[in-house]
Every structure is written in structure tokens, then in C-alpha cells.
Design a protein around this ligand. Structure first.
Ligand SMILES: Nc1ncnc2c1ncn2[C@@H]1O[C@H](COP(=O)(O)OP(=O)(O)O)[C@@H](O)[C@H]1O
Ligand SMILES: [Mg+2]
Length: 312
């Protein structure tokens, strides 16, 4: 997939991007965008558009309708096509120079290592909401998949916007998160973190790592007004020096959201459970909740190491 994006991207020319952009725009009004409309709006020559559509379709940046429409052939942008449009803007703006190998494939995102505009390393995260449901709909309903598809593009873009805006706020108030660099459509560019997911991290001093996580949850709550809402041992990266970073913020909600309290409790419990399992540290849920919401000044003295059960 990584090479697919990188290689395809390099061979695309201005006319291809024009056609992708016009297809994206017209998808708001068509289940599948008729070729005639693409020709009209792209203001390219008829034979050039047909030639480029064949190439884009062969390389899976667009797909054609399973059946011929009354208006002739029709096309939709694919995930790869949407990636290409987002990347093009990020490259034009000097935020990204090249996309490299995949760092992770989540359920709702694909993450790639990349070079930023200044030759440094960065990460590009493509949000992919409804990826599996889109494939299923395409298989089952074929022609009628267009609506679902638009909603997929829209949801992915919203998700990226939400995450980028959360990262901006969190970074500003000093929560330990990746540095937000730029975003376009469903893609976010951020600083790269050399670390291991907490789930797999080996910790010399687990207690101080746990306290550091709660300190960050507290700053997010009190100074950014945000509750992560998907906090788990997979969304915390631990660096070799023990520094922690909290990632994956698209589901975050404001502290005055009706679900904020419930989400915060779940976030806090996930961390308590993780350290109990991994390091046999015990910490009360109420004390942790009071601390992260500012009702208690410190967690010092609240945690204890569980003794292994002694056999009689
Ligand atoms: N800024 C980053 N630097 C390094 N690795 C990252 C970064 N962001 C994400 N990752 C890796 O990619 C994985 C998935 O990212 P995440 O933001 O959690 O997306 P998802 O919603 O798919 O879980 C993470 O668990 C982590 O291993
Ligand atoms: Mg995640």
C-alpha cells in the first residue's frame, strides 16, 4: 500500500489531479460521476480525459460504476484517489516531501513514515472511517454504493479535522502529544515518535510512567478541556527514556460533552487495569478521577504494589 501511494503519486501529472479533483467535487451531486460531466468541468480535451480515466481506473485511484449509467460511464474516487489529492496539497504546501514505509495499519487509519519539507522525518496518518463497511456495501449493493462512499470520505475528513484540532490545542497547553504539522482532507502530518506502544513496552519504573500518564490526562482535562475517550495501552507510546506520548485523538470530546464523564472514567480505568496487569500496581479509581479533574492535587501515596498471593 505504501509503495502504491508513493509510486502512483510520482507518476501522476497535472491533468490526472485535475480529473481526481473534479470527480471529488462532482461526487456531491452524483452517485457515480458521468464522464461527460468530468470532461465539462475539467476543461480538458475529451480524448485526454478518457485516456487519463483509463489510467486512473487501472491504478485504482477511481472506480467505474458496475453498470453503465443512462448517462454513460460513471466514476467514483477511491481511498487511494483521495490519498493522492490530500498528498498533493501537502506536498504543494511544502509540508511533505515523500511518503515512505507503513508504520501501522489501524482499524480506522493507515500510518506512514514520511519526509517533511525540510528533510526531517514525520508521520502521515490517513483516516479511514467506514473502510470495511464500504467494501461490504460495494460487494452487496454494487451500484448503490455511491452514497455510502461519499459518507465514508466525509467521515474520514471529519475525523482528521477533529484529531488535528485536538492535537493543536493539546500541544499548545503542554500535553505530551505528537507535534501537529499540517492536515488536508483525511490526512494529518505530525511529528514522529520513536517509541513502543505501552502494551508492549518494557518499563524500568512503571509507577512513574503511570503517574506521568495521569498527569497528562489531567492537563488535557484542565487546560485543553478535552477527554481522550479512547485511551488504552495501544494509544500511549513509551520512549526509551520513559517519556510517554498520548496519540490517537479523533474521538476526543470536550469536558462539557454529555458523555465526557463516562468516557473519562473508562479512560482512567483502562490505565489502572493496564498497570495492575503489567506491573501489579494498585490505584483507586476515585483517587485517579479526582486527580485528573483537578479535585485532588497529587496522586503521591495513592498507589501501592500488589503483593503476589502467598500460598498457605
Ligand atoms: N506520531 C507517531 N509516531 C510514530 N508512530 C505512530 C505515530 N502515530 C501513530 N503511530 C503508530 O501507528 C499506530 C496507529 O496509530 P493511531 O493514531 O493509534 O491510529 P488508529 O486510530 O488506527 O489506532 C500507533 O499505535 C503507533 O504504533
Ligand atoms: Mg490507536
Amino acid at each position: 500500500m505504501a509503495l502504491q501511494i508513493a509510486e502512483r503519486f510520482r507518476s501522476l501529472v497535472r491533468g490526472d489531479f485535475r480529473i481526481l479533483a473534479v470527480t471529488e467535487l462532482l461526487m456531491k451531486h452524483h452517485e457515480y460521476v458521468p464522464v461527460e460531466e468530468i470532461i465539462r468541468f475539467s476543461r480538458l480535451r475529451d480524448d485526454e480525459v478518457r485516456y487519463r480515466l483509463r489510467g486512473l481506473s487501472r491504478d485504482r485511484l477511481i472506480v467505474s460504476a458496475p453498470k453503465t449509467l443512462p448517462t454513460g460511464r460513471g466514476y467514483l474516487l477511491t481511498m487511494l484517489g483521495y490519498d493522492a489529492l490530500a498528498l498533493r496539497v501537502l506536498v504543494d504546501r511544502g509540508k511533505v516531501e515523500a511518503v515512505g514505509k507503513p508504520l501501522g495499519v489501524g482499524k480506522e487509519s493507515d500510518i506512514y513514515e514520511a519526509l517533511d519539507g525540510r528533510g526531517g522525518r514525520c508521520v502521515v496518518k490517513f483516516h479511514r472511517l467506514g473502510r470495511t463497511s464500504f467494501r461490504q456495501t460495494m460487494k452487496k449493493r454494487g451500484y448503490a454504493a455511491g452514497r455510502t462512499h461519499i459518507s465514508w470520505l466525509y467521515q474520514s475528513r471529519l475525523s482528521a479535522e477533529r484529531e488535528y484540532s485536538a492535537l493543536k490545542t493539546l500541544h499548545k497547553v503542554g500535553v505530551s502529544v505528537p507535534r501537529p504539522i499540517a492536515y488536508n482532507r483525511h490526512a494529518i502530518v505530525m511529528g514522529v515518535i520513536e517509541g513502543t506502544e505501552l502494551k508492549f513496552a518494557e518499563m524500568e519504573d512503571p509507577e512513574s510512567i503511570m503517574l506521568e500518564i495521569f498527569r497528562n490526562v489531567r492537563v488535557a482535562y484542565l487546560r485543553a478541556g478535552l477527554v481522550h475517550s479512547d485511551l488504552s495501552e495501544y494509544n500511549i507510546l513509551v520512549k526509551a527514556d520513559g517519556k510517554v506520548l498520548i496519540i490517537d485523538w479523533p474521538q476526543s470530546v470536550s469536558v462539557d460533552h454529555p458523555n465526557a464523564g463516562e468516557n473519562l472514567r473508562r479512560d482512567v480505568c483502562n490505565i489502572i487495569d493496564c498497570f495492575e496487569r503489567k506491573a501489579r500496581i494498585s490505584l483507586g479509581e476515585d483517587a485517579a478521577l479526582e486527580y485528573v479533574t483537578g479535585k485532588r492535587r497529587t496522586l503521591a501515596g495513592q498507589s501501592s504494589i500488589l503483593r503476589p498471593h502467598l500460598r498457605p
